[in-house]
Design a binder for this molecule. Structure first.
Ligand code: SAM
Length: 295
Protein backbone atom coordinates (compact mmCIF):
# COMPACT_ATOMS: atom_id res chain seq x y z
CA UNK A 1 0.00 0.00 0.00
CA UNK A 2 1.29 3.43 -0.88
CA UNK A 3 1.72 5.77 2.07
CA UNK A 4 0.91 8.82 -0.05
CA UNK A 5 -2.56 7.84 -1.19
CA UNK A 6 -5.21 8.54 1.47
CA UNK A 7 -8.14 6.11 1.86
CA UNK A 8 -11.20 7.04 -0.17
CA UNK A 9 -13.02 6.76 -3.46
CA UNK A 10 -11.13 8.25 -6.42
CA UNK A 11 -13.05 9.14 -9.60
CA UNK A 12 -10.35 8.99 -12.24
CA UNK A 13 -10.84 10.47 -15.72
CA UNK A 14 -9.14 8.54 -18.52
CA UNK A 15 -8.46 9.52 -22.17
CA UNK A 16 -11.28 9.73 -24.75
CA UNK A 17 -9.10 8.55 -27.61
CA UNK A 18 -5.61 9.93 -27.14
CA UNK A 19 -3.53 8.16 -24.52
CA UNK A 20 -1.51 11.34 -24.00
CA UNK A 21 -4.54 12.84 -22.30
CA UNK A 22 -4.13 10.94 -19.05
CA UNK A 23 -2.89 13.12 -16.18
CA UNK A 24 0.16 12.46 -14.02
CA UNK A 25 -2.11 12.38 -11.00
CA UNK A 26 -4.42 9.82 -12.63
CA UNK A 27 -1.44 7.50 -13.23
CA UNK A 28 -0.30 7.88 -9.62
CA UNK A 29 -3.75 7.13 -8.23
CA UNK A 30 -4.27 4.14 -10.53
CA UNK A 31 -0.84 2.78 -9.54
CA UNK A 32 -1.34 3.14 -5.81
CA UNK A 33 -5.03 2.32 -5.39
CA UNK A 34 -5.87 -1.06 -3.85
CA UNK A 35 -8.43 -1.77 -6.54
CA UNK A 36 -9.68 -0.21 -9.76
CA UNK A 37 -13.41 -0.53 -10.41
CA UNK A 38 -13.81 -0.55 -14.21
CA UNK A 39 -16.79 -0.26 -16.52
CA UNK A 40 -15.09 -2.92 -18.67
CA UNK A 41 -12.03 -4.60 -17.19
CA UNK A 42 -10.67 -5.69 -20.60
CA UNK A 43 -10.90 -2.17 -21.99
CA UNK A 44 -9.17 -0.65 -18.95
CA UNK A 45 -6.51 -3.36 -18.94
CA UNK A 46 -5.19 -1.98 -22.25
CA UNK A 47 -4.72 1.42 -20.61
CA UNK A 48 -3.14 -0.12 -17.52
CA UNK A 49 -0.74 -2.19 -19.63
CA UNK A 50 0.29 0.90 -21.57
CA UNK A 51 1.24 2.70 -18.36
CA UNK A 52 2.65 -0.43 -16.63
CA UNK A 53 0.06 -0.32 -13.87
CA UNK A 54 -0.45 -3.66 -12.09
CA UNK A 55 -3.33 -2.75 -9.73
CA UNK A 56 -6.09 -5.41 -9.57
CA UNK A 57 -9.33 -4.56 -11.35
CA UNK A 58 -12.95 -5.36 -10.64
CA UNK A 59 -15.93 -4.86 -12.94
CA UNK A 60 -18.37 -2.08 -12.13
CA UNK A 61 -21.01 -1.40 -14.79
CA UNK A 62 -24.67 -0.52 -15.14
CA UNK A 63 -25.80 -4.12 -14.59
CA UNK A 64 -23.97 -4.74 -11.31
CA UNK A 65 -23.65 -1.14 -10.12
CA UNK A 66 -25.89 -1.43 -7.03
CA UNK A 67 -24.62 -4.78 -5.82
CA UNK A 68 -20.97 -3.88 -6.47
CA UNK A 69 -21.35 -0.47 -4.80
CA UNK A 70 -22.34 -2.18 -1.52
CA UNK A 71 -19.30 -4.45 -1.70
CA UNK A 72 -16.90 -1.61 -2.57
CA UNK A 73 -18.26 0.63 0.17
CA UNK A 74 -17.56 -2.16 2.69
CA UNK A 75 -13.90 -2.21 1.63
CA UNK A 76 -13.78 1.61 1.65
CA UNK A 77 -15.10 1.58 5.22
CA UNK A 78 -12.20 -0.69 6.11
CA UNK A 79 -9.78 1.96 4.78
CA UNK A 80 -9.29 0.90 1.14
CA UNK A 81 -8.36 3.25 -1.71
CA UNK A 82 -10.66 2.49 -4.62
CA UNK A 83 -10.27 4.11 -8.04
CA UNK A 84 -13.24 4.19 -10.42
CA UNK A 85 -12.75 4.49 -14.17
CA UNK A 86 -15.12 4.23 -17.12
CA UNK A 87 -14.22 3.07 -20.63
CA UNK A 88 -13.31 6.64 -21.57
CA UNK A 89 -13.53 10.11 -20.12
CA UNK A 90 -14.92 11.13 -16.77
CA UNK A 91 -16.76 8.48 -14.73
CA UNK A 92 -20.33 9.42 -13.81
CA UNK A 93 -20.82 11.50 -16.98
CA UNK A 94 -23.15 9.32 -19.08
CA UNK A 95 -21.19 6.47 -17.48
CA UNK A 96 -21.39 4.46 -14.25
CA UNK A 97 -20.10 6.11 -11.09
CA UNK A 98 -22.84 8.15 -9.48
CA UNK A 99 -24.38 5.25 -7.54
CA UNK A 100 -21.06 4.50 -5.90
CA UNK A 101 -20.49 8.19 -5.15
CA UNK A 102 -23.88 8.40 -3.38
CA UNK A 103 -23.19 5.23 -1.40
CA UNK A 104 -19.72 6.45 -0.38
CA UNK A 105 -21.01 9.86 0.70
CA UNK A 106 -23.77 8.19 2.72
CA UNK A 107 -21.12 6.07 4.45
CA UNK A 108 -19.00 9.15 5.25
CA UNK A 109 -16.17 8.13 2.91
CA UNK A 110 -14.07 10.82 1.19
CA UNK A 111 -14.79 11.12 -2.55
CA UNK A 112 -11.91 12.58 -4.55
CA UNK A 113 -12.23 13.70 -8.20
CA UNK A 114 -9.19 13.24 -10.45
CA UNK A 115 -10.16 15.52 -13.36
CA UNK A 116 -9.22 14.90 -16.97
CA UNK A 117 -10.71 14.20 -20.38
CA UNK A 118 -14.39 14.70 -21.07
CA UNK A 119 -15.98 14.71 -24.51
CA UNK A 120 -18.71 17.29 -23.79
CA UNK A 121 -16.40 20.00 -22.46
CA UNK A 122 -13.71 19.34 -25.07
CA UNK A 123 -16.34 19.76 -27.80
CA UNK A 124 -17.82 22.85 -26.17
CA UNK A 125 -14.62 24.83 -25.80
CA UNK A 126 -13.64 24.31 -29.44
CA UNK A 127 -17.16 24.59 -30.88
CA UNK A 128 -17.30 28.37 -31.23
CA UNK A 129 -20.73 28.33 -29.55
CA UNK A 130 -21.35 30.17 -26.29
CA UNK A 131 -19.47 28.76 -23.31
CA UNK A 132 -21.12 31.26 -20.99
CA UNK A 133 -24.37 29.37 -20.64
CA UNK A 134 -24.56 25.74 -21.55
CA UNK A 135 -26.50 22.65 -20.61
CA UNK A 136 -25.25 19.09 -20.87
CA UNK A 137 -28.03 16.66 -21.69
CA UNK A 138 -26.25 13.34 -22.24
CA UNK A 139 -27.90 10.94 -24.69
CA UNK A 140 -31.33 11.69 -26.14
CA UNK A 141 -33.91 8.87 -25.95
CA UNK A 142 -33.29 6.16 -28.57
CA UNK A 143 -36.95 5.80 -29.63
CA UNK A 144 -37.95 8.31 -32.31
CA UNK A 145 -41.16 9.49 -30.61
CA UNK A 146 -39.54 9.98 -27.19
CA UNK A 147 -36.58 11.78 -28.78
CA UNK A 148 -38.87 14.19 -30.60
CA UNK A 149 -40.86 14.88 -27.45
CA UNK A 150 -37.66 15.57 -25.49
CA UNK A 151 -36.42 18.00 -28.16
CA UNK A 152 -39.77 19.79 -28.19
CA UNK A 153 -39.53 20.16 -24.41
CA UNK A 154 -36.04 21.61 -24.80
CA UNK A 155 -37.22 24.07 -27.47
CA UNK A 156 -40.16 25.26 -25.39
CA UNK A 157 -38.92 27.14 -22.27
CA UNK A 158 -38.19 30.89 -22.48
CA UNK A 159 -34.48 31.81 -22.42
CA UNK A 160 -33.01 35.26 -21.67
CA UNK A 161 -30.06 34.58 -23.93
CA UNK A 162 -28.86 31.92 -26.32
CA UNK A 163 -27.70 28.76 -24.61
CA UNK A 164 -25.56 25.93 -25.88
CA UNK A 165 -27.17 22.50 -25.50
CA UNK A 166 -24.79 19.54 -25.59
CA UNK A 167 -25.75 15.96 -26.47
CA UNK A 168 -23.90 12.70 -26.86
CA UNK A 169 -24.98 10.60 -29.82
CA UNK A 170 -24.14 7.22 -31.32
CA UNK A 171 -23.00 7.33 -34.97
CA UNK A 172 -25.90 5.19 -36.23
CA UNK A 173 -28.44 7.66 -34.78
CA UNK A 174 -26.74 10.94 -35.77
CA UNK A 175 -28.66 11.33 -39.05
CA UNK A 176 -32.05 10.79 -37.37
CA UNK A 177 -31.23 13.13 -34.51
CA UNK A 178 -30.12 15.87 -36.91
CA UNK A 179 -33.38 15.45 -38.86
CA UNK A 180 -35.31 15.85 -35.60
CA UNK A 181 -33.25 18.89 -34.59
CA UNK A 182 -34.04 20.52 -37.93
CA UNK A 183 -37.69 19.70 -37.65
CA UNK A 184 -38.04 20.99 -34.06
CA UNK A 185 -35.67 24.00 -34.05
CA UNK A 186 -35.75 24.92 -37.75
CA UNK A 187 -33.22 24.60 -40.60
CA UNK A 188 -31.40 27.80 -39.51
CA UNK A 189 -30.40 26.35 -36.11
CA UNK A 190 -26.68 26.94 -35.52
CA UNK A 191 -24.88 23.80 -34.51
CA UNK A 192 -21.62 21.92 -34.33
CA UNK A 193 -21.02 18.19 -34.70
CA UNK A 194 -17.71 17.31 -32.99
CA UNK A 195 -16.40 13.95 -34.20
CA UNK A 196 -13.55 11.73 -33.01
CA UNK A 197 -12.25 14.24 -30.48
CA UNK A 198 -8.55 13.93 -29.61
CA UNK A 199 -8.15 11.21 -32.27
CA UNK A 200 -6.42 11.19 -35.64
CA UNK A 201 -9.58 12.06 -37.58
CA UNK A 202 -10.90 14.69 -35.19
CA UNK A 203 -13.23 17.12 -36.94
CA UNK A 204 -15.73 19.86 -36.23
CA UNK A 205 -18.66 20.33 -38.62
CA UNK A 206 -19.97 23.84 -38.01
CA UNK A 207 -22.92 25.62 -39.58
CA UNK A 208 -26.68 25.45 -39.64
CA UNK A 209 -28.27 22.08 -38.97
CA UNK A 210 -29.26 21.94 -42.66
CA UNK A 211 -25.61 22.51 -43.70
CA UNK A 212 -24.24 19.92 -41.26
CA UNK A 213 -26.81 17.39 -42.49
CA UNK A 214 -25.74 18.10 -46.04
CA UNK A 215 -22.06 17.57 -45.21
CA UNK A 216 -22.79 14.24 -43.55
CA UNK A 217 -25.14 13.14 -46.33
CA UNK A 218 -22.21 13.04 -48.77
CA UNK A 219 -20.50 10.28 -46.73
CA UNK A 220 -20.96 6.56 -47.37
CA UNK A 221 -21.28 5.90 -43.68
CA UNK A 222 -21.33 8.03 -40.57
CA UNK A 223 -18.54 6.73 -38.37
CA UNK A 224 -16.88 7.68 -35.12
CA UNK A 225 -18.01 9.17 -31.86
CA UNK A 226 -20.04 12.36 -31.84
CA UNK A 227 -20.89 15.24 -29.58
CA UNK A 228 -23.70 17.42 -30.96
CA UNK A 229 -23.97 21.02 -29.81
CA UNK A 230 -26.74 23.41 -30.70
CA UNK A 231 -27.35 27.08 -30.07
CA UNK A 232 -30.80 27.17 -28.49
CA UNK A 233 -31.85 30.76 -29.31
CA UNK A 234 -33.01 33.35 -26.79
CA UNK A 235 -36.77 33.45 -26.36
CA UNK A 236 -38.79 35.92 -24.27
CA UNK A 237 -41.67 34.54 -22.17
CA UNK A 238 -44.82 34.47 -24.30
CA UNK A 239 -42.89 35.09 -27.53
CA UNK A 240 -43.23 32.51 -30.31
CA UNK A 241 -40.59 29.81 -30.01
CA UNK A 242 -37.57 29.38 -32.27
CA UNK A 243 -39.36 26.58 -34.06
CA UNK A 244 -42.41 28.62 -34.94
CA UNK A 245 -40.20 31.45 -36.23
CA UNK A 246 -38.14 29.37 -38.56
CA UNK A 247 -39.93 26.13 -39.13
CA UNK A 248 -42.87 25.27 -41.23
CA UNK A 249 -45.13 23.01 -39.19
CA UNK A 250 -45.90 19.48 -40.32
CA UNK A 251 -49.54 20.42 -40.85
CA UNK A 252 -48.52 23.41 -43.02
CA UNK A 253 -46.18 21.21 -45.06
CA UNK A 254 -48.84 18.56 -45.47
CA UNK A 255 -51.42 21.18 -46.51
CA UNK A 256 -48.94 22.67 -49.01
CA UNK A 257 -48.19 19.26 -50.52
CA UNK A 258 -51.91 18.51 -50.77
CA UNK A 259 -52.54 21.79 -52.59
CA UNK A 260 -49.46 21.63 -54.84
CA UNK A 261 -49.78 18.00 -55.88
CA UNK A 262 -53.47 17.39 -55.46
CA UNK A 263 -52.94 14.66 -52.84
CA UNK A 264 -55.15 13.58 -49.99
CA UNK A 265 -53.75 13.94 -46.45
CA UNK A 266 -52.61 10.33 -46.24
CA UNK A 267 -50.68 10.53 -49.52
CA UNK A 268 -49.16 13.89 -48.57
CA UNK A 269 -48.00 12.47 -45.21
CA UNK A 270 -46.45 9.51 -46.96
CA UNK A 271 -44.54 11.74 -49.36
CA UNK A 272 -43.39 14.09 -46.59
CA UNK A 273 -42.23 11.14 -44.49
CA UNK A 274 -40.11 10.00 -47.45
CA UNK A 275 -38.67 13.51 -47.91
CA UNK A 276 -37.79 13.82 -44.21
CA UNK A 277 -36.51 10.25 -43.90
CA UNK A 278 -39.03 9.56 -41.12
CA UNK A 279 -41.61 6.84 -40.70
CA UNK A 280 -45.18 7.67 -41.71
CA UNK A 281 -46.56 6.67 -38.31
CA UNK A 282 -44.05 8.88 -36.49
CA UNK A 283 -44.92 11.83 -38.72
CA UNK A 284 -48.60 11.17 -38.14
CA UNK A 285 -48.04 11.25 -34.36
CA UNK A 286 -46.14 14.53 -34.79
CA UNK A 287 -49.08 15.95 -36.74
CA UNK A 288 -51.48 14.88 -33.98
CA UNK A 289 -49.23 16.50 -31.34
CA UNK A 290 -49.19 19.76 -33.32
CA UNK A 291 -52.95 19.73 -33.64
CA UNK A 292 -53.37 19.03 -29.91
CA UNK A 293 -51.11 22.02 -29.12
CA UNK A 294 -53.24 24.32 -31.22
CA UNK A 295 -56.59 23.13 -29.87
N1 SAM B 1 -17.75 9.63 -19.69
C1 SAM B 1 -17.49 10.07 -21.04
C2 SAM B 1 -17.04 11.54 -21.01
O1 SAM B 1 -16.60 12.00 -19.97
O2 SAM B 1 -17.08 12.19 -22.04
C3 SAM B 1 -18.67 9.85 -21.94
C4 SAM B 1 -19.11 8.43 -22.05
S1 SAM B 1 -20.50 8.17 -23.05
C5 SAM B 1 -20.89 6.49 -22.69
C6 SAM B 1 -19.82 7.98 -24.65
C7 SAM B 1 -20.23 9.10 -25.59
O3 SAM B 1 -19.38 10.23 -25.38
C8 SAM B 1 -20.06 8.77 -27.05
O4 SAM B 1 -21.20 8.09 -27.56
C9 SAM B 1 -19.90 10.12 -27.69
O5 SAM B 1 -21.14 10.76 -27.83
C10 SAM B 1 -19.09 10.85 -26.60
N2 SAM B 1 -17.65 10.68 -26.86
C11 SAM B 1 -16.78 9.93 -26.15
N3 SAM B 1 -15.55 10.04 -26.70
C12 SAM B 1 -15.65 10.87 -27.76
C13 SAM B 1 -14.74 11.35 -28.73
N4 SAM B 1 -13.45 11.00 -28.71
N5 SAM B 1 -15.20 12.20 -29.68
C14 SAM B 1 -16.50 12.56 -29.73
N6 SAM B 1 -17.40 12.12 -28.83
C15 SAM B 1 -17.00 11.29 -27.86
Amino acid sequence: MSEELAPGLYLVATPIGNLGDITLRAIEVLKHADRIACEDTRQTQKLLNHFAIATPTVSYHQHNEHHRATELVESLKAGARVAVVSDAGTPGISDPGSWLVDAAIAAGIPVIPIPGANAALSALVASGLSTEQFQFLGFLPEKAGARRTRLEELAAPPRDSAQTLIFYEAPHRVADTLADLESVFGAALRMVAARELTKLHEEFLRGTVAEVRQQLATRDRIRGEFVLLIEAPAKKPGAPGPDSQTRETISARVARLQAESNLDEKEALKRLARELGQSKSELYRELQRERARHR
